[in-house]
Design a protein around this ligand. Structure first.
Ligand code: ADP
Ligand code: MG
Length: 229
């Protein structure tokens, strides 16, 4: 099963609407927070300080979610610098070492050409790699037939670098595959469905392409193509 990705305006439009909604929700949250703080002495007197703590920490959590969301949906222009792709990948893999260990899976990094440099927004491309590797770790399940393995390799193809991120997790059916990059599409109970839509936008802004192949029960292969410096 294969799917190539084309640009959809839906993404940009939804991003804008969602960002303004998120912005509007923040104002009432701020005033709720203020009034709860004013009520705190009363709650303390009633022996209900716990309630105030819960309300405040939940408001803060909601604010964090909105902040994160606004950050990820803001269509910022890339601030580019020259970077060695291998070192960027190494950095990302390092960040996931403990999480992979906990999940009982391995992340295998194939030796790649140290002379491959790209001209990219490092923070954004790191975000892309983080989101894709995180998804791969999340689909590794205890019951799967093989030992969980995530392979990352890079190759040079003409004037591009191709970064493969492959897992032997549960894979995806055709329906999931066709919605993969839609904002808010998720099959997870606690998912946001924003990870891959953000990846898609970032790679597109860099003049690149994301390509996905997947087979149910076999695994998934993401391929990011970026223009070489
Ligand atoms: P989220 O992780 O919050 O669900 P994403 O945009 O990162 O949002 O992913 C969207 C959906 O794509 C996931 O819910 C999952 O169904 C599917 N998916 C992404 N990566 C993989 C993968 N490596 N293997 C199987 N399914 C995946
Ligand atoms: Mg995700």
């Amino acid at each position: 099963i294969e799917q190539s990705v084309y640009y959809n305006d839906k993404l940009a439009m939804l991003g804008k609407i969602a960002a303004s909604i998120a912005h509007e929700i923040r104002n009432p949250l701020t005033s709720i927070r203020g009034f709860i703080q004013l009520l705190q002495p009363e709650l303390l007197r009633l022996g209900k300080q716990d309630y105030a703590d819960i309300i405040l920490s939940e408001i803060d959590r909601a604010n964090d979610i909105i902040f994160e969301f606004l950050n990820s949906s803001k269509p910022t222009a890339p601030v580019k610098q020259k970077i060695q792709i291998a070192s960027l990948i190494k950095e990302v893999v390092l960040l996931f070492e403990s999480e992979a260990l906990l999940k009982g899976c391995d992340i295998q990094l194939s030796e790649s050409d140290p002379n491959l440099y790209v001209w990219v927004d490092v923070k954004q491309i790191k975000q892309v790699l983080l989101n894709i590797v995180k998804n791969a770790i999340e689909v590794m399940s205890d019951g799967q037939k093989e030992h969980g393995l995530i392979r990352i390799r890079t190759i040079k193809v003409d004037h591009q670098v191709w970064i493969y991120i492959e897992d032997n997790g549960r894979g995806m059916d055709q329906k999931t595959l066709s919605k993969l990059f839609d904002p808010f599409f998720t099959t997870k109970e606690d998912g946001t469905g924003l990870g891959l839509s953000v990846c898609y936008r970032i790679i597109k802004n860099h003049g690149g392409v994301i390509h996905v192949e997947s087979e149910v029960g076999e695994g998934t292969s993401f391929r990011i193509q970026l223009p070489l410096n």
